[in-house]
Design a protein around this ligand. Sequence first.
Ligand code: ATP
Length: 779
Amino acid sequence: MTAGKPGVKRKQGQLPLPSRKKTKTVHLTTDDLPWKTISRPKEADLGDGFDGLLELEEVDDVQVVYEETEGGKVVKFKVAGEKSEEDERGAAPSEDMTVLDEESPEGEGSETVPDLPEESFDSESKMPNWHPFSLHPRLFRALHSEQFLTPTPIQAAALPLALKGRDVVGVAETGSGKTLAYGLPILHYLLMQATHTAGKTAQSRRELRALILAPTRELALQVSSHLNTCLNHLAAESSSASGDNKAQETDQGSSVPADAETSEGQGRKKGKVKQKRQSGDVTAGPKVPPLVSVVAIVGGMSAQKQRRLLSRGVDVLVATPGRLWDIIQEDDELANQIEKLRFLVLDEADRMIEAGHFAEMENILRLTLRQAEDDEVEPVPDMGLGAAEREDAEDSKQGVKEGEMQTFVFSATLSKDLQRNLKKRARPTKRRNDKPASTLDDLLMRLDFRDPSPAVIDLSPEGGVVATLQESKIECLSSDKDAYLYYFLLRYPGRTLVFLSAIDGIRRLLPLMDLLGLPAFPLHSQLEQRQRLKNLDRFKSTPHGVLLATDVAARGLDIPAVDHVVHYQAPRTADAYVHRNGRTARAMRRGFSLLMCAPDERKIVRALMRSLGRQDEIPEMPMELHMLDKLKARTQLARQIDSAQHKVRKENHDRNWLKEAAEAMEIELDSDFASASEGEGEGAPSKRVRKATNAKTAAMKAELKQLLAQPLVARGVSTRYITSGSTSIADDMLAGEYHETMVGLKKVEAGSDLVPVKKRKKSKVKAEVEEWNGFSSEN
Ligand SMILES: Nc1ncnc2c1ncn2[C@@H]1O[C@H](COP(=O)(O)OP(=O)(O)OP(=O)(O)O)[C@@H](O)[C@H]1O
């Protein structure tokens, strides 16, 4: 039988699924076939509603051979041009081309832990700032090759405590490296364990050791990708040590992996490894399981695939509560394993409540509680000790006992009250019938910290503002926000993330941006997951791209080089303001945020500034009002075109719907209905009216095209004589500060032309920034 002759097409990430009972195959390695992407013409883009088809691929000249073996039926793919097995008589079948029986011993069950070479890394001289943490040499190496030469402040504060077995509640500004602050201690522990069991054969599936809960799918995928990046360095090394070249070949392809299945200890090494392999550096050999596996389980992706992955066993599971709870309900073993976790992490814990995951979260957290019998909190007897002795006694109470679960809770925003409560907290009892709590405080107070006094690290900046962030605001009418946004996007080109409070707003703004020629992409919860990831990737690769997002993108997303955040609508809470702003000015880079405030939003803005403890006014963004008027004309026209197009689309849709419904029910439309569906009945627009509407829309489009082609010239600028006028553009041209779309304005970064209001006390934060040189400011 020949598959794909010529050009079998498949959906990317989906594999042909022959009946498992008959062939008993694992489908993963069909990915090794030489699939070729078929480029799809732009006009074939089916839009947002399209159900998950990202790309088409085809494969040619592949022969499928079924072979009976002792382990069951094995499927092999023979690629034309490859040597046949007979040619290679005696040699083991090429692993790349063999799909193993899922139920064969290699599929699951026993695993051989790879034999590891003696390792060392000269951290003292190469990584002096990391050296004191005595991490596993492989982690040092990974950090070194990522060029993370200095721990960030939250990492420096959390690591010693976490490595000592303490429970840690960490609060630090957005983009400050919290993922590795909890991730490194977990990976360190697991690697140390793996090193100890190296060379032995593990009899059963891997036990789940760490569970990381994240509020959004994107964040969960990003965290697993981040941890896998550290592990990739391991894979590359362990492959050269153990001959495993398989693990690195499945590439996630992007910083946010397209599918959870691909994130098992693998990642961005594809190109390099393939090159190595060609040059013969890596010896082919048997498939070796990853030393430490990290898998993401999120909604919106195949639950079946995710169950299959879990059934093979993973070390670290990164999950959103909703999907995880669905799976736990059908998987008792997973539930048992969660009861015996070694690490539990809540990332962006406060958002988990907002995201409506409360019930699932609580159910999962219940599994991690200790049994009621040992819940008695031992009172600390006051035996008349002195201060030093009391401190020693306190010390000995700290940390979890050997083998017990460590809990890490991290966020950029946790209320001070909550942090105080956590410090004083007593252990909760395992009461199955507890009423669900309704706030974050309740939820966290329900966490069963094994550490009698969890360490609380609060490095959140004063007022919630990161030192490298420049804030600004515009006060304007709601109806003018489109024009102001348009002005901002033209005036300060850069990668801009625009937050709106409702999906409807995104749906309205998106066609407008399109008509105005701005590259905008939507991101909200009603988009299919693949489309969400695809839009994120497009945004990342478009330097002047605009992402129109709801708060689904406010937390944790680490999109490199977001230059600006715009709050098109004021956020409802202070936390949302902090987290939205946190998508820019990350990792010590500069960033800019613009808050658009309509009169009816002033009250909210005042309240949120008060709750952030801010006294200073946010500076106003300067506007060239003369140009703004021109831009208003453009946006108004674009809005008219959009509503005309929308009307036509709706009429077409209604007409088609009527026709399709009649066809489906095998009813013949009577003449009245039929003429209505043709737009000729009573109340329906006649063909003539439709024609006239189309002509009007076309005329408006032509007018807009003309407006867009006109240069935007600042007041007082002469375009005829560039050295005259009250503002000479010749000087700017010579200095290279010439703004390409707004003639007469200097090309400057957003924020550099703000009129300063009262100065905030930033000197302390600035000193810290200068002291910590982990990031270069402009990369
Ligand atoms: N020690 C380090 N040196 C340099 N870069 C680092 C270091 N640690 C982390 N980073 C990088 O900093 C960026 C931000 O890290 P991370 O996403 O963990 O921040 P965060 O504090 O979790 O942010 P948020 O609160 O928004 O979720 C990432 O791109 C990460 O790779």
